[in-house]
Structure formats: C-alpha cells, structure tokens
Design a binder for this molecule. Structure first.
Ligand code: HXC
Length: 518
C-alpha cells in the first residue's frame, strides 16, 4: 500500500476522526467529578500495551426522533476489548459516561454482548466498568431488550467464568442488575451509586427526600444491602483491588486457581494460637488474628468486610495455594449466625465451589440468633441457604472448631455429616446440642426452681456441663470429628490435609440443579 496514496490517507483520516472520543474537554469533565475516563480505567487495569479494543468504530443506532440529544461519537458509549492482567487474559467493557450518560442503546448493548460471548467461549474472566444512566431513553424497548440479553449471558456465564463489576459512577435502572448477577461488586466511594429508581422517582412516588448517597452510595451498599463486596476511597484503589482478587481465581471452572509462591514457611509452629482463645467462654477475640496466623503472610483478602461482620469471609493462600476462608467472628455479636451472615457465607461458598477453591472453616459460633425479628424475617430459610451451600460444595472442605459449636450451627458449619473432609477441634472446643446455660435451664428446671440460690446452682451445673458434656473429646471418641489438635500445629495440619484432598472427586446425583431455598 502506498502510504502517500488515497487509501492510506482515508484510513488515517478515519483514525483522526475517532480521536474525538478522547476529547480532552470530556476527560476533564470526568476528572472534575473525581472520576477517570473509560479508557484511562482500562489502562490502569491492564498490563502495559496489552489492551486490544474491538468495535471502536461502530456508530450509534439511536434514531433521531427529535426527542433527546444524540451523541455522534464512535463506539456508542462503551469501550470493549481484551488484555492481560498479570499476564492472564481478561475481557472487559468500560462505559463512557460522556456519551449520552453511558446509557445503554442497541449498539452499546451489542458490544457488551459480543464481549460476554467471547469471554464465555474462550473461558476467561470478564470485568464490567459501569458508569451509566441505565436504559437509553431515546431507544425505548430496544434498550430494555439489550439489557435482558446481557442479563441472560451473565446467568449463562455464572459459575463458568469469574464475572466482576466495578461501579465507577451512576448505575441506574437496568445498569444495576448485571452487576447484581455477577460474582463480585466493587464500588468507589463518593463517586459511585447504584439504585433501581433514583431520588427523583422516590420523591414522586413516596414523597421522600433522599440523596444519591443515602439511597445507593458505596457505604450503603457495603454495610446495609450487601450489594457491594468491596468499597474503596477512589477508582485507582478499586481497580487495584480487582487485580488482587483475580489472582485467587482460575480463568474458568475447568481450571485450578494459580499457585503463587508467598515465601512463607510451610511448617510454621504458631505458639501464639494457643493463647488466642480466652479461657472465659464469654470473652471475645478477633478471628482475623487467627486467620492471619494460619495463612501465608499477608495473603488475606477479605470479602464483604462491612456487611454482617459476625462472619468473616475472604480469599487467602495456604502454602501458595488459594483457599476461601469462612470464619465466625466472636468479636461481633459473639459470632452468632443470623440472616445476613448466612446469606454472606452461602454465596461465598458457592463461588468457591464453582471455581475449585478449597474452603477452610474456622468455627466459634454459639448458634443461630434468636428473636422475633430474625424468625419473622426468615432465619429458617436463610440459614438453610448456608447449610445447602456447604453441603452441596464438592471442593475440599476442612473445619477447625476453635471454641463454640452449638446446636444447628455445629451441623451447618461444614460438619462431617454434610461433607466436611477433615474436621479438627482445638482443646478449647465446646461441642453440644446447646450452650451450658440453656441446657441446664431445661435439664434442671425443677431443681433450679426449688433452689435457695438458683443463680449459684445454675452456674455450678453449667460448669459441670461444660467440662463433662461440651468438650471436644466426646465428639472425637465417637468419630464426629477427626482429631483434637494443638492450636500451634494448625497450619501444618491444614496444609497436609488440603494436599491429601487435591484429587478429591465427588460424584453428584444426576439432576438439572438443586433447589436452594431462595
Ligand atoms: C439517555 C441519558 C440517560 C438515559 C443520562 N442521560 N441518563 N440519556 N438515557 N437513561 C444523558 C443526559 O440526558 C445528559 O445528556 C447526560 O447523559 C448526562 O446526564 P446528567 O443528568 O447531566 O448527569 P448527572 O447530573 O451526573 O446525572 C446522572 C444520572 C441522571 C443520575 C444518571 O442522568 C439520571 O437520573 N439519569 C436517568 C437514570 C434512570 O432513571 N435510568 C433508568 C432508565 S430505565 P446531555 O446531552 O445533557 O449531556 C431502565 C430500566 C431498565 O434502565 C430495566 C431493566 C431491568
């Protein structure tokens, strides 16, 4: 081709026209809001020069009906393509708020669908960077249809490739449901919000004044709704978080998670663990300290830190291999299981199971939270989700009972009977049908009623119960757990135990799918 000829010049002209999308004024507009441009975000996320854009030149199909403004920029408000993150292939779409508010029209939707199809076909993770006013109003039902097709692909891809959504601006209307269907939602504080209907509609329908932040800001979704798994001060840190979480995942459900040498001694004896559980059973401690001591140095990546903090979940490495950790947190509500923590745990376990990530359970749970509110809100069906998820999971599953393991919680937290591969307990473990106080109140009702000092007698009974009934040795002797171990040996024991499970295989009964109590 003659580089002075017309064909080449036409080609160059087209590229010049394309640059309109990177208009510095529009980029400045984003920066003024504390946000980055769609392409800047991609550049931050991917390995240098690895991003390949697709469909950069497509034009909008929004009909000019005279209703609403139409932006003529190429690409229809979304950048799509693939690149490498730490050398591994990842697909992405990144919405450009500068083009009709990042709203989703026919062509915009087609581009996202293209990238979803490719990611699924190839077996690589997909990331959506969301900055969108939702369905493009000018395109009517075509936009709704676009969203429905995207949702369908989210669901088809669920459990096959990891899907991550990062909310970096508005996610309004239809824009919220794709993230909700993906595995993890990241949000940047102050600049991102998610809602099905915005403050204006809330005002019109309910006559309630509410700000964007109050309705669907990052804090709200991290702490109250649980929709956001991660919140960060700014976009840069949110994108770093995405890179980090991907390092724990395989590219798809047929692969194992990548091994990373963490330079941590395998046979660490952890004396400190002997002192962590207080002798007083009512004294709290921080289970995150236990996690940090057992796993490879600084490898814990907590998920949903602010939602239901009575259960701690997250990814970690044990001897370089990725694991999922589920741990009751005695520091919050005594580590009790309630509706939110059951939902949190169940979804995490299902993710780990989908992507071949073994699960470590650290147990110290007094039971399910009693009370009208929990019962009326459905603790029965929500608690059952956790039970279902544990029981259904066929990845290697190990439990360490650190202290309390009472009642239904014993069964739920990966007991041997629902498929725990190895169940260890520390000498401090208390395993029984219910806690000492509750048990003696039932068993010695009459004696306590007739006692001169019922409180004193109750204490005596409870101490006896704790020593004689609620200890780990009965469970060990009867085979309900595998071994009572020295806490200091926990890391060694776990590494060896997980190694034995590397080729674990479970034949599941043939069925379309189970019916988890939703
Ligand atoms: C077309 C849109 C748009 C939309 C925003 N824009 N949302 N264009 N369709 N859905 C355009 C605006 O007209 C404006 O164009 C530009 O994007 C920037 O918007 P602003 O309002 O100026 O920005 P800002 O003040 O930052 O407010 C952002 C916003 C607001 C909060 C997202 O635009 C908004 O409330 N949009 C509508 C959100 C919504 O209700 N979506 C739901 C759609 S229904 P100009 O030309 O002025 O720059 C839906 C149902 C799907 O999604 C259901 C599937 C399950």
């Amino acid at each position: 081709m003659d580089i002075n000829g017309k064909i080449y010049k036409d080609f160059l002209n087209r590229i010049e026209r394309f640059k309109v999308q990177n208009d510095p004024d529009k980029i400045k507009k984003q920066h003024a809001k504390g946000k980055l441009h769609a392409r800047e975000r991609i550049a931050l996320l991917f390995d240098k020069d690895s991003f390949e854009e697709l469909d950069a030149f497509v034009t909008s199909a929004t009909p000019d009906t005279g209703f609403g403004k139409i932006d003529e920029a190429f690409g229809d408000g979304v950048v799509i393509g693939h690149g490498r993150i730490n050398g591994r292939l990842v697909y992405i779409y990144s919405q450009d708020f500068n083009v009709m508010g990042g709203s989703l029209g026919t062509v915009h939707a087609k581009k996202i669908i293209k990238i979803q199809d490719l990611a699924l076909r190839v077996g690589a993770p997909i990331i959506g960077l969301i900055d969108s006013g939702g369905a493009r109003i000018q395109e009517g039902v075509a936009s709704l249809s676009g969203y429905a097709s995207i949702f369908h692909r989210n669901i088809q891809s669920s459990g096959v490739i990891p899907q991550i959504s990062v909310i970096l601006g508005p996610a309004a209307g239809g824009a919220v449901y794709s993230p909700a269907l993906t595995d993890f939602v990241f949000m940047a504080k102050k600049t991102s919000y998610m809602f099905v209907t915005g403050p204006n509609v809330v005002k019109e329908v309910l006559n309630e004044e509410v700000s964007f932040e109050e309705l669907g800001g990052a804090e709200v979704h991290a702490r109250k709704s649980g929709v956001a798994n991660f919140i960060y001060e700014d976009e840069e840190n949110a994108l770093l978080g995405v890179k980090k979480i991907l390092s724990f995942f395989p590219s798809n459900n047929l692969e194992n998670p990548p091994y990373i040498d963490t330079n941590t001694k395998r046979d660490k004896n952890i004396d400190k663990l002997r002192a962590i559980v207080p002798d007083d059973p009512n004294k709290p401690y921080d289970v995150k300290k236990v996690i940090e001591l057992i796993i490879d140095t600084e490898s814990f990546f907590e998920v949903s830190e602010h939602f239901a903090p009575n259960l701690v979940i997250g990814f970690a490495r044990l001897n370089g291999k990725a694991i999922g950790v589920v741990a009751n947190q005695p520091k919050v509500l005594a580590g009790v299981l309630d509706i939110n923590s059951s939902l949190k745990g169940a979804r995490f376990i299902r993710f780990c199971d989908s992507f071949n990530i073994p699960i470590l359970t650290l147990e110290d749970v007094p039971g399910f939270l009693p009370g009208l509110d929990q019962e009326h809100s459905g603790i029965i069906k929500h608690g059952a989700k956790l039970l279902f998820a544990y029981s259904e999971a066929s990845v290697p599953k190990i439990t360490v009972i650190m202290r309390k393991s009472y009642g239904g919680a014993f069964c739920v937290m990966n007991s041997k009977n629902i498929g725990g591969d190895y169940n260890f307990a520390w000498p401090t473990a208390e395993i029984a049908v219910m806690g000492p106080e509750g048990a003696v109140s039932i068993l010695y009702k009459k004696e306590l009623q007739n006692a001169e000092d019922p409180e004193k007698l109750k204490k005596e009974f409870a101490t006896r119960y704790r020593q004689e009934v609620a200890n780990p040795y009965i469970a060990d002797e009867k085979g309900y757990i595998d071994e009572v171990i020295d806490p200091a040996d926990t890391r060694k024991k776990l590494i060896t135990a997980f190694e034995t499970l590397e080729n674990k295989h479970v034949d599941q009964p043939a069925r379309k799918h189970g019916n988890i109590p939703l």
